[in-house]
Ligand binder design. Sequence first.
Ligand SMILES: Cc1ncc(C[n+]2csc(CCOP(=O)(O)OP(=O)(O)O)c2C)c(N)n1
Length: 1055
Amino acid sequence: MHRLRTTVVRLRPIAAPQTAKSQSQARLAAVGGALRTFQPMRSYTASVSAEPFLNGTSSNYVEEMYYAWLENPRSVHKSWDIFFRNANAGAPPGAAYQSPPPLGGAALGLANAQAMVGVQPNVEKLVEDHLAVQSLVRAYQIRGHHVAQLDPLGIMAAIDPGPPPSDIITSNDKLEFYGLDESDLDKVFRLPTTTFIGGSESTLPLREIIQRLEMAYCQSIGVEFMFINDLEQCQWIRQKFERPGIMQFTLEEKRTLLARMVRSTRSRKGYLKLGIGLISGLGDIDLTSCLTSCFLLARFEEFLQRKWSSEKRFGLEGCESLIPALKTIIDKSSMNGVESIIMGMPHRGRLNVLANVIRKELDQIFCQFDSKLEAADEGSGDVKYHLGMWHRRINRVTDRNITLSLMANPSHLEAVDPVVQGKTKAEQFYCGDTEGNRVMSILLHGDAAFAGQGVVYETFHLSDLPSYTTHGTIHVVVNNQIGFTTDPRVARSSSYPTDVAKVVNAPIFHVNADDPEAVMYVCNVAAEWRATFHKDVVVDLVCYRRNGHNEMDEPMFTQPLMYKQIKKQKGVLQKYAEKLIAEGAVTRQEYEEEIAKYDKICEEAHARSKDEKILHIKHWLDSPWPGFFNMDGQPKSMTSPSTGLTEEELGHIGHIASSVPVEDFTIHGGLSRILKGRAAMVGQRVCDWALGEYMAFGSLLKEGTHIRLSGQDVERGTFSHRHHVLHDQNVDKRICIPMNHIAPNQAPYTVCNSSLSEYGVLGFELGFAMASPNALVLWEAQFGDFHNTAQCIIDQFICPGQAKWVRQNGIVLLLPHGMEGMGPEHSSARPERFLQMCNEDPDAYPKFSAEEFAVRQLYDCNWIIVNCSTPANYFHVLRRQILQPFRKPLIVFTPKSLLRHPDAKSNFDDMLPGTHFQRLIPDSGPVCEKPDGVKRIVFCTGKVYYELTRERKNRGMDNTVAIARIEQLSPFPFDQVKVETDRYPNADLVWCQEEHKNQGYYDYVKPRLRTTVDRTRPVWYDQPPSLTPLCFVLKVFSLLSHVCMCECVFMYMCV
Ligand SMILES: Cc1ncc(C[n+]2csc(CCOP(=O)(O)OP(=O)(O)O)c2C)c(N)n1
C-alpha cells in the first residue's frame, strides 16, 4: 500500500517505444536519486546496485523476479533472464541489463536482445511498467470492494466508503493516476504472479486487465482479504475470484439446467433439483436449487403474511437469498465430509430457516401461531422465533446423512454465538473430530448486532485458541442496512458491519443479495475456505428489509427515502425468475405451476396444524440426550446414590495429586513443597479444598466422566491452590497434567486457561455442557464479582433455560466469594442476585415425602446454589452433579481464605462410601447435649461459620448458641432447617452473614426460615444496608465488620 501511494509511475507496455525514457529519468531525478543497494543480490559478482533502474521502489519487484528466476529461469521474462545471467557472470555496473525482446517472437527477441549488448536501454521504464501493472492489480485486490455493486437499493446506506478510491479505474480519466491515457488501453502487459486474471495467459492488453479486475472485484461481489497475513491463503482467494469465467454461464448451460429442472420438477418429489457439476463456470453450483430456494422462501413468507397478517414473524423479505445461501453452505460442507452442523441465528428469517433449511414440519411451525394451544410439557413456550430444533436427514445433493441443530436463543442478540461454538466444540470432542472435518458451526447475524455487540468480538477471539477452536465458523450476515430504526451511519464507526472479523484474519465476502448466483458462488467459496483452512469466514449478504423491523412496524417514520426506494424494488425471486424466463431457462408456466404447488403444500400443512391440540415444546429441543432419560423424557430414577469413595480410591487419587507422574520432569521448588504438603495430608487422611476438588474430579474421571474446567487462570488457580498443570522448569512448554494419570481407562480431563472474557467463555462452556449429560463442565470466574460481565448468559440461558426451552444443563459455576479486604470488586459474587432468580416459593413448605424431599426439590428447581464450608461437602456436591439422574446448573460460591484455613479441612471419613452431600450441617458440639438450654440458633453459610465458632468460644457461649450451616441455599433445605428449629425449641433465630442486609442471603433466607417455623418465631438480623461491599475494602474495615457482625449475633445473649 505504501509503495502504491508513493510510487508515481507510468504504466507502459513491455514493448513500448523508447519515448518515455526522458520522462522516466526526470522522475527518477525527482525522487531524489533514492537508490538503494539491492540486498537480495549481494551474492552477485557484479555490483548491481549500480544498475540505474534499481531505485527504492523497484527493488521489491526485482527481488521477486530474482527469486522466481533462481527457482526457474524460464519463469521470468527473457530480459530478466539475461539480466540475471549477465549479473551473475560479473557484468560491469550498468551493463548487466539488455533491452527486452519484442512480444510474440521469443526466439528472435532473445537473439535481438543478446545482440544489443552495450546499448543503454530504457530500463527504468520497463520496471516501472511492471510495477504499475502490479500496483493496479493490487489496488483492485485491496480496494475493489469499495466500488463493487453491493447494494440492491443502490443507496449504499450500509457501506460508507466515501469517494471511490483514487487508484481504482472507475472511468478513463482515472487512468491518469497511473500516468496512462486511453491510447494505452490496447497495449499488452505482462501480469504479475500475484494475479490469476490471465487464466492461462501471462500477458493481456491493459483494457482487458482492467475489465477482468472489474469483473473479479467490482460486480456483485466485494472481497476483503488482503489484510490476511498468509500468502497461500491470499493466493487461494485470488484464484477463486479472479479466474476468468468463474461467474459466467452460457445460455446452453442454463438450457441444460432448465431441461433437468423441468424433469425433476415433474418427478415424484416435486423438487427442482439438478445434479452437481453441471455448470462449468460455477463448478458445482446447482442453479435451479437456487431458484427453488428463493421460491420456497418467498412463498413461505407470503403464506405466513396471508394467514397471520397481524403477527410478528420477522420475515426475511429483502434477503430471500439467505435460504439458498445456507443450503449451499450445507450442501458443500456435506460434500466435504461434514455430518453435523450447529447453527445460531437471530429473529430475522428464523421461521423460514426452520421450514426450508432445517425442514421442520410446516404444520408444527404453523401451530405455533395458534395462541390457544396449550403446552404439553413444562416449557413456558418461548416465542416461536426463539425455539431451537434438531433434525437428522439425508442431504439431497450429497445423499449423505446430515444433522442440523438450530440453537434456541433469547432475544439478546448475538448471545447465542459462544453457546453455538461451545456445543460445536463438544460435538467435535466427543466424536474425536480433532480437525473439525465432521462437525461445524454456522452463525447468522444482523448487521447492527454484528457490529455493536461485544460478544461477537469475544467469540471471534476464541476461534483460534487450542481448547476453544471449532476449526472455522461460517458467519452469514443479513446486512439489511438498518437496525430497527437506526441507520448504520449512527450505529457503527467501521465502514462495514463485518470489520470485527478482521481481528482473526477471516476473509469477508460482501455480496449483493439480489444476485442469487453471486450469493451461491461466495457461499461455495466460503464452505471450501473453511474445509481447506479451518478458519472463520464471513459472508455479508447486502440486502434490504422489505417491511419495518417487524411486520407491524412503520419504517417510513424514520427511513422515508430508503423505504420509497424499497417500495419500488422488485423482489429477488421475481427478478431472478424474469431473468431465467428471458434467457429461456424456465418458462412462465413452469414458474407459476411451482407457485401453485408450493401454496398447496402450505395450505395442506395449515389444515393439518389445526388438528393439533397440544403444543409440544419438547419437539423443539436443540440438544437431545439419547439414552439419558426414559422414553417419556423423565429421569430413569429419582434417587441420589452415595457420592462417597473407598479409602483406597481416596488414597490413590491423593497420591496422584501430590506427585509428578512422569519421568525427568522438574517442577518449581515452591510447588514441590505444596505437593509434599498434600502428601502429608493424605497420610493423615485429611483434605483441604484443593485436594477435595482433586478427589471429586479424579474419581469422576476414573468412572468415565469427562471433565472440562475452563476460565481465566484456572490451570494454576487464581489463588495458587490448584496446580492442575505442572510446568517443567527446564523445558519450554513442557507440561504435565497429573489428573490425566489417574487410571488407564479414565475419561480425559480438559483444564484450560481461557481468554480474558466472561460473556464469551461462559457462553461457550454452557454450549459445551449442552452437548452431553455425561460431562462435568465447570467455569470458574477469576473472582465471583466478574461474573456480571456474563450476566446475559446467566440471566437468559442458565437460569431460565429449562423453563423456556425444556433443556436441562449441568454446568457448574465456581464463583470465589467473600469479604476479605480485597476491595469492592474482589469481594462479592452477588449471591443475592442468584438467589433472587430461584423459582422456589419462599412462603410454601414443599409437600414431598421425607425420603424424596431432597431429590424432588432438586428436580423441580431451576438451579442449585451452594456455599460449602468444608472440602468434603464441595467434593460431594461436585460428584452429586453427575451422579444425580437429571441435570441442573450448579452455582458454587467458593472460598478464598478457606483454601488455606487450618480448620477448613475434612477427614477422609466424611468422604467414604455412604456419605453424601450435606445440605445443612447441624451443630455437633456441646449444644447437642442440652438442646433445651440453647438460647439462640445462628444460621449461616460459608466461611463466616469459622469466625462465629471462634467468637462463640471466646465468649464462652458454646452451650447456649447453636450454629447451623446452610450449605445448599437453593433449593432451601426446609426439612433440615425444621429439624434444627425443632431441636432447639427455646432458641431465637438469627441469620448471620458478613454481607450487608440488602446483599448476601438475608432476603432469601428470612421468608424461608419463617415459613419453616410457621411464622411462630421472628428472624433477627442487624447489619445496615449498603450500596457496595465497600465497607470491606480494607482489612481494618473487614476486622471492624467482623466485630460488628459478631456483636449483632451475640449481643442479645448478653442481656
Ligand atoms: C442485546 C440486544 N439489544 C437490543 C435488542 C433490541 N433489538 C431487537 S432487534 C434490534 C435491531 C437489530 O438490528 P440488526 O442486527 O441489523 O438485525 P435486523 O433486525 O435488522 O435483522 C434491536 C436493537 C436486542 N434484541 N438485543
